[in-house]
Design a protein around this ligand. Structure first.
Ligand SMILES: [Zn+2]
Length: 179
């Protein structure tokens, strides 16, 4: 069953009351618990042919759906560091320069709790030829930009980041009329 992230006071263990979408209060001890989104990263890795690297998820949630490499930001870690760490962990190489694409809101259902997430999408050119056929998360595959399986992307926030990236390749009406 789905439930909110917090039901009991982490200080005195009595029941929490929801005061606003982001705030739970404990009427017993007065503790305020603010719920914030958990930052995550997703990385668009583009090879020399402009194809994008995807992972077919081997584990729940969203098993067998396509995902970008990335994950949750750890405690005491910058967003940039989390990108470097996740790529190293999942793909086994050091990422080159990367740049910000967009941030998008999502949810992550894990062991009965539906967490709020805020996903930061980044873009990097893939120069390494050492990309394996599988990662710690599942099998790997490159897709051309016009072949990306947008209907089978594991998480809405990752899909939105991809759509933002893809929109930069669409000609604007102004650019067209100048031709
Ligand atoms: Zn309390």
């Amino acid at each position: 069953m789905l439930r909110m992230s917090y039901q009991f006071c982490p200080k005195c263990t009595k029941k929490l009351t929801k005061r606003s979408p982001s705030l739970y209060v404990c009427k017993n001890c007065g503790f305020h618990l603010y719920e914030n989104p958990r930052p995550t990263n997703a990385v668009i890795l583009e090879n020399e042919n402009g194809e994008i690297l995807f992972i077919k998820r081997e584990f729940p949630p969203k098993k067998n759906y396509w995902d970008l490499p990335g994950g949750f930001v750890n405690l005491n870690e910058s967003l940039e560091h989390s990108v470097k760490r996740e790529i190293k962990e999942e793909l086994g190489f050091d990422i080159g320069d990367f740049r910000y694409v967009s941030s998008n809101y999502g949810r992550y259902l894990y062991k009965g709790v539906n967490y709020h997430t805020l996903c930061f999408t980044f873009l990097s050119k893939l120069h390494t030829r050492k990309v394996k056929t599988s990662s710690t998360e599942g099998s790997l595959r490159f897709f051309a930009r016009n072949k990306i399986p947008l209907q089978r992307i594991a998480f809405i926030e990752v899909k939105k980041g991809l759509e933002k990236y893809l929109s930069s390749f669409q000609q604007s009406p102004t650019a067209k009329s100048r031709k």
